[in-house]
Design a binder for this molecule. Structure first.
Ligand code: ATP
Ligand code: MG
Length: 570
């Protein structure tokens, strides 16, 4: 479902935090004609749930304060970037905030992204302007020497070149006269500033590499710090919101903009704590390792913390937005418990998933006093949380499947499901009693022979009789097979990289189990846009690997937190 259906009821509550307080203050004092934010991913990988936090913050602020938010590809490093990532970023942002941003406020969304590479001409002119002001110089040191000199706070031997010589060298850099790494353009700030980012930082480097947007036009590319503040300025950004690592870059951000004597209002940078989530890694570079080493099936593997992985798994954008809002925005880095995310997903699916019957690990039950033949159709509720979804008919027959776990030959105390001689209600159907357990020569259970109380039909005149347990079932005659992919956490440890550990050493070997389940026949019409709760089991959604006659379901999330139970036991 798209977010175009957002209403006051399903919209996340408007949060408040220190950044929104700042923006509200600026709105009150009319500091800017309009609030303008941006979300600036580098297209060097797929977006993850950390990016979702930033997307919801930046687009959320624009939405709440009547502003604008740009999606901008921060594409200044062609060696690591690719059009595949540009496309996936747009798709993911559109999915997460699509109609939410566009329909209500005409915000710029992923459909019309901005590119830092669109500003390469202007950024180049700004570099020339800095050289002319004596605020930038071409440096001949190797990258290693440069690092060393910056660390020691020593001036580059090229620092006092004349403006003319710098202009000439920079032009020749641009014209492709020098190999990669042989020269850079550096800002001339303070060689031994306490903040290392101000120690004559790099502004431009030589890279004879084609760019996915500009082709072979350029062989020099601006550094992130130089391109970012200028892109913000050129787009008229008012609040440039980024994660805390960039706090130490802020003086450079301001220095560049202030050094250029720019005519318009300058953007300001604000920092917040990035999202770190338990049992997850959150870095495109590391997620790429999982993909490239085939430890997952791709960026959209449903176990990945990527937006595309979560979408494929069956998570709805509303759940991610609620999560992003619930965790809030702070200035302190910490690890968010993954149960917070799981709670948001469950809460959302409980409201929106259609209930269906499916038996994941079947055991056959023969109801001996029920007539053989076509059986009957029983009425079942589609979603008790949403009466508008109505009811459907499910076939019942003499032979059914129930879940292996719902039968115990030797039942522990308080086992209210089926046991020899015991009674249980079949959901939407009859109360049955287990009369006999049929086994093969090696003692495996082949089937259960039961009798039904034919007066006990759910909703029937004499249905008032109560038994303690209710279980789900499907008709053996009408059930369909479906491949069901049961996902679990990708890592066995809450902090996969704790104390420098290799995250690949704590991959959960049981993060995927594939089984064949028996499903009620209405699931033949399952739609990729719908979400399903297999009653008493978990939430599921149809995977893109499905085809006519071949159903594949992903388990999005269990009904209850199985790990919390484990923790209690442990
Ligand atoms: P990664 O290390 O995963 O590649 P990044 O910060 O390099 O992340 P960018 O593409 O530069 O990725 O990020 C785009 C925006 O998303 C930036 O403004 C960045 O601050 C924000 N962002 C990235 N990771 C997180 C996170 N874990 N939590 C919140 N915001 C994030
Ligand atoms: Mg980055």
């Amino acid at each position: 479902m798209s977010l175009e259906n957002i209403t006051p009821e399903n919209a996340a509550p408007v949060p408040s935090d220190f950044i929104r307080d700042i923006v509200a203050h600026h709105v009150a004092e009319k500091k800017y004609p309009q609030i303008h934010t941006r979300f600036p991913p580098e297209p060097n990988g797929y977006l993850h749930i950390g990016h979702a936090k930033s997307i919801c913050l930046n687009f959320g602020i624009a939405r709440e304060f009547g502003g604008i938010c740009n999606l901008r590809m921060d594409d200044t490093n062609p060696a690591k970037e690719d059009i595949e990532y540009v496309d996936s970023i747009q798709a993911d942002v559109n999915w997460l905030i699509g109609g939410w941003a566009e329909k209500e406020l005409g915000l710029t969304t992923a459909k019309a992204p901005f590119y830092a590479s669109n500003y390469f001409d202007q950024i180049h002119e700004f570099a020339v302007a800095l050289i002319k002001k004596g605020k930038a110089f071409v440096c001949d040191m190797t990258p290693e020497q440069t690092d060393e000199y910056r660390r020691l706070g020593k001036p580059s031997p090229s620092r006092d070149r004349s403006i003319e010589e710098n202009l000439d060298l920079f032009t020749r850099m641009k014209n492709g006269e020098f190999p990669d790494g042989s020269k850079v353009l550096r800002a001339k700030i303070v060689v031994d500033a306490p903040n290392i980012w101000l120690r004559d930082p790099l502004l431009y480097r030589i890279k004879h590499t084609s760019h996915h947007q500009t082709g072979d036009k350029w062989c020099i590319y601006p550094m992130y710090d130089f391109a970012h503040c200028l892109s913000d300025y050129l787009e008229g950004i008012t609040h440039s919101i980024c994660t805390l690592e960039f706090e130490v870059h802020r003086p450079l951000y301001d220095w560049i903009l202030e050094s250029l004597d720019l005519p318009r209002t300058l953007p300001k940078q604000y920092e917040f704590a990035r999202l770190s989530l338990g049992y997850t890694i959150m870095s495109k570079r590391k997620l790429m390792q999982l993909v490239e080493e085939n430890l997952v099936t791709g960026w959209d593997d449903p176990r990945m913390p990527t937006i595309s992985g979560m979408r494929r798994r069956g998570v709805r954008p509303e759940a991610l937005r609620n999560f992003a809002y619930n965790i809030g925005i702070t200035k302190y880095n910490g690890i968010t418990d993954v149960s917070v995310l799981e709670f948001a997903i469950r809460e959302d699916l409980n409201k929106h998933a259609l209930r269906r019957l499916a038996v994941l690990r079947p055991i056959k039950v023969v109801i001996m006093n029920y007539p053989d033949g076509i059986g009957e159709e029983l009425e079942a509720t589609n979603n008790p949380e949403d009466p508008s979804t109505g009811k459907r008919l499910i076939p019942f027959s003499r032979e059914i499947y129930i879940e292996q776990d719902d039968f115990a030959e030797v039942a522990p105390p308080k086992f209210f499901r089926l046991k020899p001689g015991g009674e249980v209600r079949l959901k939407y159907a009859y109360i049955i009693q287990c009369q006999k357990v049929i086994k093969d020569a090696s003692g495996n259970i082949l089937e259960l022979r039961c009798t039904a109380d034919l007066t006990s039909k759910t909703g029937g005149a004499t249905s008032a009789r109560k038994v303690k347990g209710t279980i789900h079932w499907v008709s053996a005659q009408y059930a369909m097979d479906a491949e069901v992919r049961l996902y679990d956490r990708l890592f066995t440890e809450a902090e996969p990289e704790k104390d420098g550990r290799d995250f690949k050493s704590v991959l959960n070997p049981k993060s995927l189990e594939v089984i064949t389940a028996k499903c009620e026949p209405s699931l033949n019409d399952a739609k990729p846009t719908e979400r399903y709760q297999f009653e008493r089991m978990a939430y599921y959604s149809l995977d893109k690997d499905s085809a006519p006659g071949k159903l594949v379901f992903n388990r999005t999330i269990t009904l209850k937190d199985a790990w919390a139970k484990e923790a209690l036991k442990g």
